[in-house]
Write a protein that binds this ligand. Structure first.
Ligand SMILES: NC(=O)c1ccc[n+]([C@@H]2O[C@H](COP(=O)([O-])OP(=O)(O)OC[C@H]3O[C@@H](n4cnc5c(N)ncnc54)[C@H](O)[C@@H]3O)[C@@H](O)[C@H]2O)c1
Length: 252
């Protein structure tokens, strides 16, 4: 598939959380192919190193940082190291998440905290780390990955859906707070995207059910989400902020 080229993304410093696999890997590759300077954080070391090796021929090649985003101090240290080494972060893509299933009855206060830490909290603190330099520059973009799950009320995902609903509220709040300084904040809401992890949850029959419920009859791939992210991160989207945008093939 040939995609659009955004001249404004060339050379831009783009930090992607969870950029080592799934949709994140699609984002890492897509931004690197635009000539952006991509740094991605992940805990999946093997997948991330394999991706970095696969894309090593690109100039500049994406750089992998091993960081557990649930540890806020480690995240803050990593963001500071990236800025010290590469300069101010110009685009932050808050992508990392974990959609483990559970019932209401199983949830303990510790598990609540754990799910919010992996699905919501790091996005806020990554934005907090990146924002001052963006505000000083009078421009910058923060993209948060939401989810269609809570819009549809999918089963067995109540904490994930709680966090993902929070991401849309956080997006609006930060867009308001940072907008006066020219920083844009938007949310991308994927439908069901065919990734290695999703294939763990769905049988062929389950996949067929999703496709049947979509307006468009195909499987969304990471590159389809990346195509929207490239546009939103580029200067072409200069007046787009504070809202969420779906890539869901019309899943209802
Ligand atoms: N795939 C889908 O169908 C779908 C649907 C709706 C929303 N989303 C959202 O899109 C984003 C990407 O989804 P995905 O399907 O690629 O997910 P995924 O689980 O396949 O990948 C998530 C990545 O984040 C990393 N990660 C998880 N916990 C981490 C931690 N503590 N520290 C550092 N890295 C960590 C993982 O190692 C992995 O590389 C997520 O925000 C997800 O909620 C995905």
């Amino acid at each position: 598939m040939s995609g659009a080229i955004y001249p404004s993304l060339r050379g831009r410093l783009v930090v992607i959380t969870g950029g080592g696999s799934g949709i994140g890997a699609g984002l890492t590759e897509a931004f690197a192919r635009q000539g952006a300077r991509v740094v991605f954080m992940d805990i999946a070391i093997a997948e991330s190193e394999a991706l970095a090796a696969e894309l090593a021929h690109l100039d500049p090649a994406p750089i992998f940082h091993n960081c557990d985003l649930t540890q806020v101090a480690a995240l803050q240290t990593c963001m500071a190291e990236i800025a010290a080494e590469h300069g101010p972060v110009e685009v932050l893509i808050n992508n990392a998440a974990n959609d483990d299933r559970h019932s209401l009855a199983e949830v303990t206060p510790d598990y609540w905290d754990d799910r919010m830490a992996v699905n919501l909290r790091h996005m806020y603190f990554a934005a907090q780390s990146a924002a001052p330099a963006m505000q000083a520059a009078g421009k910058g973009v923060i993209l948060n990955l939401g989810s269609i799950s809570w819009h549809l009320g999918l089963p067995d995902l109540s904490l994930y859906e709680t966090a993902k609903a929070g991401i849309e509220g956080m997006t609006r709040a930060l867009a308001r707070e940072l907008g006066a300084d020219g920083v844009r904040v938007a949310c991308i809401v994927p439908g069901n995207v065919k990734t290695p992890r999703q294939m763990k949850w769905y049988t062929p029959e389950g996949e067929a059910e999703i496709v049947a419920a979509q307006c468009l009859k195909g499987r969304i791939e990471p590159r389809d989400v990346a195509a929207l992210a490239l546009f939103l991160a580029s200067d072409d989207a200069r007046f787009i902020t504070g809202h969420e945008y779906f890539v869901d093939a019309g899943w209802r």
